[in-house]
Design a protein around this ligand. Structure first.
Ligand code: COA
Length: 342
C-alpha cells in the first residue's frame, strides 16, 4: 500500500501588531459596524518592518516541526505558498528552508493566490504518497499589508498578515483522501495584483496593489467553494453528512456561512477566525487548521474538508482523514499541547 501523508505538526505565526476596524476608520470613509456586518472582520494583524513572508513562515514552520518532533535536518522538502514573497526570487521557500535549518531539503514556491496553500499541500502529499519523500514542511505565509492600498476602502478592510505551516510525514494513516482544483483565467481581471515584471503597455502606477471586483468575487466564492467541496467529498466516497469539520478559506464570514448553508451543513461545523485576522490568503487555511486543533475540534478519524477560492480565478477543495498530530509513537491530543500555541 502507498504511504499516506499524515499531518504530523501544525504551526502558526501572527505578527503582534493589531489593526482594528477603529484604526481603519481613521484611514478611509468606513465604519466598524459596516465592516463587521459585511465581512465579519473585527481586526487584523500587521507585520513589523523587520518581518516578511519568510521570517513569519520560519516561525510557523518551527512550531509545526516542534509539534511533530521532527528534526529539521530530516526534512526532504520545503514548500511555500505566498502571494507576497520576499522578492521575485529566490523562492521564499529557500529562505524558510535555511531559517528552519532544513539543511538536506529542496525548496520551491507554489503560487496560486488564496488557493496556494491547498495547492502546496496537494503537491507535498503526492511526493509522500509516491514514496519519493518522507517528511515535508508546507508553509502558507503572507504580508498582504504591503500590497494593500490603505486609501482604498474596497480592499483595505479585508486583508491581514499571518503565516501557517504543516509538517507532512509518511504514515499508514491520515492525510488527504481526495482533492480537486479548478481555474478560470478568463476572469483574472476580477482579482489581481500586478508585479514588477508586468506588461509594459499597462498604464498602472499602483501596479502592486490588490485590485478586486468585490461583488463578483462574493458570488463566485460561494458557488466555487460549494461545488469544489461536493466534488472532493464525492471523490473521497463520502456523503456531505459524513463531514465533521469544514476549514474554509477565511475571506468573509458571510461567504463562509453561505457556503455551509449551500452544502446543507450547520454553520457551526465551519471553522471561523476571520474576525481576528481578516483574509490572510495562503496563510488562512493552515492558521485556521492550527486553531481548530488548539480548540479541540480535530479528532482521530474525522473527515475534514478544506476549501478555498481566489485570484485566478481559481478554486479547490480537499478531504482529509484526520489522524492525531505529534510523533508516530505518541501522537499528541489537543489538551496536552495548548501551551505551545501562540
Ligand atoms: N465602508 C463603508 N461602505 C462601503 C465600503 C466600506 N469599506 N465599501 C463599500 N461601501 C458601500 C458601497 O459604496 C455601497 O454603497 P451604496 O449602497 O450607497 O452604493 C454599499 O457599501 C454596498 O457595497 P457593496 O460593494 O455592494 O458591498 P458588499 O455587501 O458586496 O460588500 C465586500 C463588499 C467587498 C465586503 C464583499 O463584496 C466581499 O466580501 N466580496 C468578496 C471579497 C473577497 O473575498 N476577496 C478576496 C478573495 S480571496
Amino acid at each position: 500500500m502507498n504511504p499516506r501523508a499524515r499531518i504530523a505538526g501544525l504551526g502558526k505565526y501572527l505578527p503582534a501588531h493589531i489593526r482594528t476596524n477603529a484604526d481603519i476608520e481613521k484611514l478611509v470613509d468606513t465604519s466598524d459596524a459596516w465592516i463587521q456586518e459585511r465581512t465579519g472582520v473585527r481586526e487584523r494583524r500587521i507585520a513589523a518592518d523587520n518581518e516578511s513572508a519568510s521570517t513569519m513562515g520560519i516561525e510557523a514552520g518551527r512550531q509545526a516541526l516542534e509539534q511533530a518532533e521532527i528534526d529539521p535536518a530530516e526534512l526532504d522538502l520545503v514548500l511555500s505558498a505566498t502571494t507576497s514573497p520576499d522578492g521575485t526570487f529566490p523562492a521564499t521557500a529557500s529562505l524558510i528552508q535555511d531559517g528552519v535549518g532544513a539543511v538536506r531539503a529542496g525548496a520551491f514556491d507554489v503560487t496560486a493566490a488564496c488557493v496556494g496553500f491547498l495547492s502546496a499541500l496537494a503537491t507535498g502529499s503526492q511526493f509522500i504518497e509516491t514514496g519519493s519523500y518522507k517528511r515535508i514542511l508546507v508553509v502558507g505565509t503572507e504580508v498582504l499589508s504591503r500590497i494593500v492600498d490603505w486609501t482604498d476602502r474596497d480592499t483595505c478592510i479585508l486583508f491581514g498578515d499571518a503565516a501557517g505551516a504543516v509538517v507532512l510525514e509518511a504514515s499508514d494513516q491520515g492525510g488527504p483522501l481526495s482533492f480537486v482544483f479548478h481555474s478560470d483565467g478568463s476572469r483574472a481581471d476580477k482579482l489581481y495584483a500586478h508585479g514588477p515584471a508586468t506588461r509594459r503597455d499597462i498604464d498602472d502606477h499602483d501596479y502592486h496593489f490588490i485590485s478586486m471586483d468585490g461583488r463578483h468575487i462574493f458570488k463566485f466564492a460561494v458557488q466555487a467553494m460549494e461545488s469544489a467541496a461536493r466534488e472532493a467529498i464525492e471523490a473521497a466516497g463520502m456523503k456531505i453528512e459524513d463531514v465533521d469539520l469544514l476549514v474554509p478559506h477565511q475571506a468573509n464570514a458571510r461567504i463562509i456561512r453561505a457556503t455551509a448553508k449551500a452544502l446543507g451543513l450547520p454553520e457551526e461545523r465551519a471553522m471561523v477566525n476571520v474576525d481576528r485576522y481578516g483574509n490572510t490568503s495562503a496563510a488562512s487555511i493552515p492558521v485556521a487548521l492550527r486553531e481548530a486543533w488548539e480548540e479541540g475540534r480535530l479528532h482521530d478519524g474525522d473527515r475534514v474538508v478544506l476549501m478555498t477560492f481566489g485570484g485566478g480565478l481559481s478554486w479547490g477543495a480537499m478531504v482529509l482523514d484526520w489522524a492525531p498530530v505529534g510523533p508516530l509513537s505518541a501522537a499528541a491530543e489537543p489538551a496536552h499541547a495548548t501551551a505551545s500555541g501562540s
